[in-house]
Design a protein around this ligand. Structure first.
Ligand SMILES: Nc1ncnc2c1ncn2[C@@H]1O[C@H](COP(=O)(O)OP(=O)(O)OP(=O)(O)O)[C@@H](O)[C@H]1O
Length: 197
């Protein structure tokens, strides 16, 4: 059973497509006790609903596949309509879907909008730490990104470009594993300290 004290700490990760959010959050969770931490994707309830109603494969939609890219535009349109009715809908559904309340540390790997940040900050005051992963267009292109009109110029990709209150920022440009390890050590030290209290 979850405890009313969870979450003790929430890390919100944001970054452009192919900046490396999944890569970094996967590495981060691998360094933590699985009983203490969980990765949440706000996109998971969107993809789950989309997969069910269109008879598609949910795991393929969730992974870094070209399959996901094919359906991205349509999912954005539908989810936008839902978000207009209720801005916190997918954040709340993600928390429920992952049974996140069982774990004290939540790592949200795909924060895309100011309303996502607001919802978590209002729901779990003083528990939130925001992290922006930066990568140049050149780097993102090398990782398979191509500019897609109607996706990369929409609020779902640009909504947090002007947000300035990041608690942490990481430049994930050079695939330098030593630098990344050092960043992850800082982060794990920070969360372990919070989990003690
Ligand atoms: N520091 C790194 N070193 C080596 N490879 C990396 C690094 N960061 C990202 N990558 C690789 O770049 C690709 C894109 O990364 P990833 O899927 O994590 O991006 P993302 O921000 O989650 O993208 P999207 O928003 O499209 O889901 C992956 O193949 C990943 O393995």
């Amino acid at each position: 059973m979850g405890t009313p004290t969870n979450p003790k700490i929430v890390l919100l990760f944001s970054g452009k497509r192919k900046s490396g959010k999944d890569y970094i959050t996967d590495l981060l969770i691998s360094k933590l006790d699985p009983n203490q931490a969980i990765v949440l994707k706000i996109s998971a309830p969107i993809k789950s609903f989309w997969a069910k109603s269109n008879n598609l494969n949910f795991d393929h939609l969730l992974s870094a596949s070209s399959y996901k890219e094919q359906h991205r535009r349509a999912m954005i349109d539908w989810s936008e309509e839902e978000r207009c009715k209720d801005p916190g809908i997918f954040c709340r559904q993600a928390v429920e879907m992952y049974e996140a309340v069982e774990k004290p540390l939540w790592i949200v790997s795909d924060v895309r909008r100011p309303t996502d940040v607001t919802w978590f900050k209002e729901s779990y005051p003083s528990k939130i730490n925001t992290i922006r992963i930066d990568a140049s267009e050149e780097t993102r292109r090398k990782r398979g990104w191509t500019f897609t009109s109607g996706v990369d110029d929409e609020p779902s990709e640009c909504g947090l470009d002007d947000y300035e209150n990041w608690n942490w920022r990481y430049s994930n440009d050079d695939d330098n594993q030593e630098k990344l390890e050092s960043f992850l050590t800082d982060l794990t030290d920070f969360v372990k300290e919070h989990l003690k209290s």
